[in-house]
Design a protein around this ligand. Structure first.
Ligand SMILES: Nc1ncnc2c1ncn2[C@@H]1O[C@H](COP(=O)(O)OP(=O)(O)OP(=O)(O)O)[C@@H](O)[C@H]1O
Length: 263
């Protein structure tokens, strides 16, 4: 369980997060959505201790995040950041093995369980065939899956992902989010694609101007009035013959009515 209470965070005199509360219960996947610059990455960074809030508390399974040493935190939280690693010569398997570091002693060599964790994680993201490839040669989507494999390898109770699907093709967007959803523990995922958020997240928190302006189950949160006020676009909710909801967006000048089409 991750709980954030009353978070305030400023940089260079600019308020970036303003009174943010967030609860992520065990087993749930919570999507953070919102326009560019609304504070999603900053909130994620606070949740994994990369930044310290000016005010407020973050509890990890009931214990203040500041009470954990760095190594303890790395055994509890894995992160898939937006940034790509600075590329240098290293095999994919070696990069993913870095996810095992929090579980290894200072001078310990890799154990059988470490190698197995790397193999399992690479297999999970469909990259096992590329294990010995230099990471410099990976495509954008392959690198993104490699970073997810590294986080899986860390075997933590909490997984935080910043736009994990933005380089992935359609199949891997679905495969990766489905796989993440099924993991035990808590998952927080920053997404721009509201259809993916609606499909895979148990709950969604909508951010705007450094605040969470709505949160709850996707069907309750993703309604036209809110989307229009937050993104300045109109939203149409369509329902496919199989019952799946599809959200369609348009510029306000083109469509301003919100419709529900049932087949
Ligand atoms: N060091 C800083 N100094 C001043 N402003 C900053 C600093 N770091 C971040 N910001 C601002 O904080 C705001 C929130 O940034 P953040 O990256 O959290 O947004 P985001 O919702 O993740 O955006 P995006 O969807 O574009 O990735 C932005 O307006 C950004 O310019």
């Amino acid at each position: 369980m991750i709980s954030a209470r009353n978070l305030h965070f400023s940089q260079e005199g600019i308020v970036i997060l303003d009174d943010v509360d967030l609860d992520v219960p065990d087993g749930e996947m919570v999507g953070l959505v919102g326009p560019n610059g609304s504070g999603k990455t900053t909130l994620l960074r606070l949740l994994y201790g990369a930044c310290t809030p000016d005010e407020g508390t973050i509890l990890l399974d009931g214990k203040g995040i500041t009470e954990f040493r760095q190594g303890q935190l790395a055994r509890r939280i894995a992160v898939v950041p937006q940034e790509r690693p600075t590329t240098y010569s290293q095999t994919l398997a070696d990069m993913v093995m870095l996810g095992r570091m929090p579980h290894q002693g200072v001078v310990s060599s890799h154990k059988k369980t470490d190698y197995q964790a790397v193999i399992d994680a690479l297999d999970e993201v469909g990259l096992l065939d590329l294990a010995e490839r230099n990471i410099n040669s990976l495509s954008g989507g392959e690198m993104q899956r490699a970073l997810i494999a590294r986080a899986l390898c860390q075997k933590t109770d909490h997984l935080l992902l910043d736009e994990p699907t933005n380089h992935l093709d359609l199949r891997y967007q679905l495969d990766v989010l489905d796989m993440i959803r099924q993991l035990a523990g808590t998952k927080v995922v920053v997404l721009h694609d509201l259809n993916l958020a609606a499909r895979f997240c148990d709950r969604i928190a909508v951010m705007a101007n450094g605040r969470i302006v709505a949160s709850g189950q996707p069907d309750h949160v993703l309604h036209g009035d809110l989307i229009q006020s937050v993104y300045q676009v109109s939203m149409v909710r369509l329902r496919a013959p199989g019952g799946q909801v599809h959200l369609s967006f348009d510029r306000l000048s083109q469509t301003s009515t919100i419709m529900e089409l049932q087949s």
